[in-house]
Design a binder for this molecule. Structure first.
Ligand SMILES: Nc1ncnc2c1ncn2[C@@H]1O[C@H](COP(=O)(O)OS(=O)(=O)O)[C@@H](OP(=O)(O)O)[C@H]1O
Ligand SMILES: Nc1ncnc2c1ncn2[C@@H]1O[C@H](COP(=O)(O)OP(=O)(O)O)[C@@H](O)[C@H]1O
Length: 207
């Protein structure tokens, strides 16, 4: 291909070491675990617990956390619809590179719009985009409010806050749903265990 987006006269460069070689080296398969949900739903907690669990099993993972990426790669973006879409597009592309490197890439972002998450799914090889929905009620997230952002949003001091005055579109067909059982949220280890079980079953933890 010689034209992509605004670039013309460009060509894909292949190297002799490929994804399969890297997966063999790492004894695992590259994929993206995409964690979506409201602020305070437990995305970062799951991401870090899962990362730790995989590390203890000698599996190489890397966490791409929305809050953290907004300190660097995405610091030029705010929370308008367009900026959130661009945020997710960029992280999707970075996650794709990590998966191609053979890593289990754990992306934890609110990613509130279904079409943006679906676009990320669309750029990854079949079955290697694993969408995890943190299906926690807004009341729970708001009661947790570890950063005090819901309080500020309710007071009108933050505009366009997801779940308050900006939409969150839940997935229709996610691979994994994390939710309360009898009104109780599973522990961080139990949440991570659910994802590890899926990765194990689908063969991602072996070459
Ligand atoms: N308006 C508004 N809406 C939602 N969240 C807000 C907002 N302003 C700041 N924050 C803080 O930004 C974190 C979410 O960043 P993300 O990159 O994950 O958001 S998004 O996917 O682009 O919607 C989010 O982090 P988490 O609480 O970890 O989800 C908030 O701390
Ligand atoms: N499974 C859980 N059980 C109990 N508390 C949790 C659980 N997951 C997250 N929390 C707590 O909820 C708050 C929000 O979690 P966090 O991971 O920061 O959410 P998010 O990244 O979605 O904003 C934190 O104070 C965290 O300790």
């Amino acid at each position: 291909m010689s034209a992509v987006g605004k670039s013309t006269n460009i060509f894909w460069q292949e190297c002799s070491v490929g994804k399969l070689d890297r997966q063999k080296l790492l004894k695992q398969k590259g994929c993206v675990v995409w964690i979506t949900g409201l602020s305070g739903s437990g995305k970062s907690t799951l991401a870090c617990t899962l990362d730790q669990e995989l590390y203890s099993r000698s599996k190489l993972a890397y966490v791409l956390d929305g809050d953290n990426l907004r300190h660097g790669l995405n610091k030029d973006l705010g929370f308008s619809t367009e900026d959130r879409t661009e945020n997710i597009r960029r992280v999707g592309e970075v996650a794709k590179l990590f998966a191609d490197a053979g890593l289990i890439c754990i992306a934890s972002l609110i990613s509130p719009y279904r079409k943006d998450r679906d676009s990320c799914r669309g750029i990854l090889p079949e079955s290697s985009f694993i969408e995890v929905f943190m299906n926690m009620p807004l009341e729970l997230c708001e009661a947790r409010d570890p950063k005090g952002l819901y309080k500020l949003a309710r007071a009108g001091k933050i505009k366009g806050f997801t779940g308050i005055d900006d939409p969150y579109e839940p997935p229709l067909n996610c691979e994994i749903e994390i939710k309360q059982e009898n009104g109780v949220c599973p522990s961080p280890n139990a949440m991570a265990g659910q994802v590890v079980g899926y990765l194990e079953e689908k063969g991602f933890l072996h070459e």
